[in-house]
Design a protein around this ligand. Structure first.
Ligand SMILES: [Zn+2]
Length: 188
């Protein structure tokens, strides 16, 4: 009987996962000062999943983070570890340098896991090349950062199931974005 109750409690915890969808930015390519670049955070219990990372993504997350007086420790920069990119347009992806470097500087010790359309691997590779000197300095300078947290594992996706863990299953589907191929929506 005790085992039954334990299973029941565990099941209840799993079913009652606390989930939040937070709009971190709803901007367009226009630099409206009231709107950060497109980005969303899906929080499930202690984990957070980003969808898109437009300009200002980490600062927008910090507004609600426990580190800066908000209620979500999941949104502390070092906890930003997984992101899904809908399409390669800059208003959705322009915060990538921020998402790679700021959480690392703030203590993220594992590579950023990125899922998105064709072109994401090249973008990741060239971004790291662009910041090579800064990264070298941060690893080898007077206040060394860890040697893993700046890395990017970029996964280029197609339609279908693209990610699964204990909290979420993520399915990608192609959407219509005018003349742009490889634009996706996600079902979480
Ligand atoms: Zn677009």
């Amino acid at each position: 009987m005790k085992i039954f109750y334990l299973l029941l409690i565990l099941f209840t915890i799993l079913v009652e996962a606390e989930t939040h969808l937070i709009v971190l930015g709803s901007g367009t390519p226009n630099p409206d000062p009231q709107r950060s670049g497109s980005a969303y955070a899906v929080i499930v219990d202690e984990d957070v999943y980003l969808v898109d990372f437009g300009y200002g993504v980490v600062r927008s997350a910090s507004v609600l983070s426990s580190q800066y007086g908000g209620k979500f420790n999941q949104l502390n920069a070092k906890n930003l570890k997984i992101a899904f990119l809908t399409h390669i347009h800059s208003d959705h992806s322009g915060g990538l340098a921020d998402l790679v470097l700021t959480p690392w500087i703030m203590g993220r010790e594992e590579p950023l896991e990125l899922y998105g359309p064709q072109g994401l691997k090249d973008m990741s590779k060239h971004l790291l090349a662009a910041y090579k000197l800064d990264i070298d300095y941060r690893i080898n300078g007077s206040q060394p950062s860890n040697p893993e947290g700046f890395k990017i594992n970029a996964h280029e996706i197609e339609e279908g199931l693209i990610y699964m863990d204990k909290n979420v299953r993520v399915e990608a589907f192609v959407n219509n974005h005018g003349g742009l191929n490889n634009s996706y929506g996600f079902g979480l």
